[in-house]
Design a protein around this ligand. Structure first.
Ligand code: CTP
Length: 405
């Protein structure tokens, strides 16, 4: 789990978004973290400490003079155990305190006494956010090395719309997880295809496959978490776009091909890595009908003719100055030999083979990495964990001079 063994001090200040911190505390624990909550007095007006006590299984602290910590040293004790302090929500008033080093309650004292990173998710009315003092404090905090998470823009509790809205708990959890992920792909442009394609027979029917897109989306997310700039070209799937990833939706193999080539050919195009995870249809219907096919009186079935689709991966790999290309393959037998042949045929340095056939739509998987030097296994794990291992493999390969085939 991405936050395993991380101990986070979740600081809650007075704002209506405080209720979202309850969901965040759950999400952080789901990702493996332990969470210790400290609240300001104002925060307790919006949500009660027992809620957090129940959700985190830890006592909640609000008072500098809390007798539960020896020597009245709560401000030192609590920070020394933390890998980071995360303030959610961070009110305008609390940002001002942080920027000026004020320490007049337990949470602000903790922040000043910390020896760990400080992250803060601002949440306030748009006018408060836009005011010169707040903007000055934000600049100061950034210069001081405080990591601000958001804010975003949108509907506000006060009924207005604009900048200052706190990020949603899942967005915050993603950003906190990324904060703890080694930025091994920082500065890399990564293009990924994912999901199935859909080849129309007529306006209401078509041929597709069982790919869910989960593996490709997990890889896109892992690349982003590791600091890469990620563009995802996705076939038809209901999966949500991973945070910070640019997404283009396509339906057919030819649309996927064109979308990929557009990313490679644009005036400022730069792609360092191409990861072809999509299950691209090998054939399309050459005589697809523009109107819905009707049953005929004689009961004769339609005669479908097939034409071969372009091989996207092989075309990218064959381009002069091609990005580092990674292929995926589902083979039913003799995995390593067929995988090695496919890798050479497509002209790619790395091919990732799914071990077993029943991986479509599942949440876990087992992979075999095949390159010019041989192969090695990534043992069965969740697609999220496998994607993180794959990113590490990729980062290690990119760190060395790239062997293109
Ligand atoms: N691929 C592609 N374009 C295609 C077919 C496949 O980009 N038209 C890519 C896939 O995204 C995958 C790799 O090629 O990364 C291997 O796909 P796979 O379906 O296993 O291989 P095929 O080339 O279709 O070979 P075959 O089905 O004959 O084994």
């Amino acid at each position: 789990m991405e936050l395993a063994k991380r101990h986070l001090l979740l600081g809650i200040t007075g704002g209506v978004a405080a209720y979202k911190a309850a969901e965040l505390s759950r999400e952080l624990q789901r990702r493996g973290a332990t969470v210790q909550v400290v609240m300001t007095e104002a925060a307790t007006r919006f949500i009660g400490p027992p809620t957090f006590q129940a959700l985190t299984g830890q006592p909640v602290f609000t008072d500098q003079w809390d007798p539960r910590i020896d020597n009245s040293m709560a401000h030192i004790e609590l920070t020394r155990r933390a890998d980071a302090i995360v303030i959610v929500p961070a009110s305008a008033d609390f940002l001002a305190k942080l920027a000026h080093g004020l320490a007049d309650d337990l949470l602000s004292t903790l922040c000043l006494a910390r020896n760990c990173p400080l992250l803060a998710a601002p949440a306030m009315n748009r006018e408060m956010w836009a005011q010169a003092p707040t903007q000055r404090n934000v600049r100061q905090l950034t210069a001081d090395g405080v990591r601000l998470l958001g804010p975003g823009s949108g509907d506000q509790a006060c009924g207005e719309t604009g900048m200052g809205r706190m990020l949603e708990p899942d967005e915050l959890a993603e950003d906190i997880a990324a904060f703890f992920t080694a930025q091994r792909l920082a500065g890399r442009e990564i293009l990924i295809t994912a999901g199935p394609t859909f080849e129309p027979i007529d306006p209401v029917r078509g041929i597709t496959n069982l790919s869910s897109g989960k593996m490709g989306f997990a890889i896109a997310r892992a690349c982003r978490q590791a600091g890469g700039q990620v563009t995802l070209v996705a076939g038809p799937t209901m999966l949500p776009t991973p945070r910070g990833v640019r997404r283009f939706d396509v339906r057919t193999a030819r649309q996927m091909h064109d979308a990929v080539m557009d990313r490679l050919d644009g005036p400022q195009a730069r792609v360092d890595v191409f990861i072809s995870v999509a299950a691209v249809a090998d054939w399309r219907i050459a005589n697809a009908s523009t109107s819905k096919l009707k049953k005929t009186a004689d009961g004769a079935p339609p005669q479908l003719q097939f034409a071969q689709n372009p091989d996207i991966l092989a075309s990218v790999a064959a381009r002069p100055g091609a990005p580092y290309c990674v292929g995926f393959a589902a083979e039913s037998e003799d995995l390593e030999r067929h995988g090695q042949e496919k890798r050479e045929r497509k002209g790619v340095p790395l091919l990732v083979a799914n071990i077993g056939h029943e991986t479509f739509g599942m949440d876990d998987n087992e992979l075999l990495l095949i390159d010019a030097g041989g192969s090695h296994r990534l043992p069965r794990a969740s697609k999220t964990e496998l994607a993180a291992s794959l990113v590490n493999e990729l980062a290690a390969r990119l760190a060395h001079p790239i062997a293109r085939s």
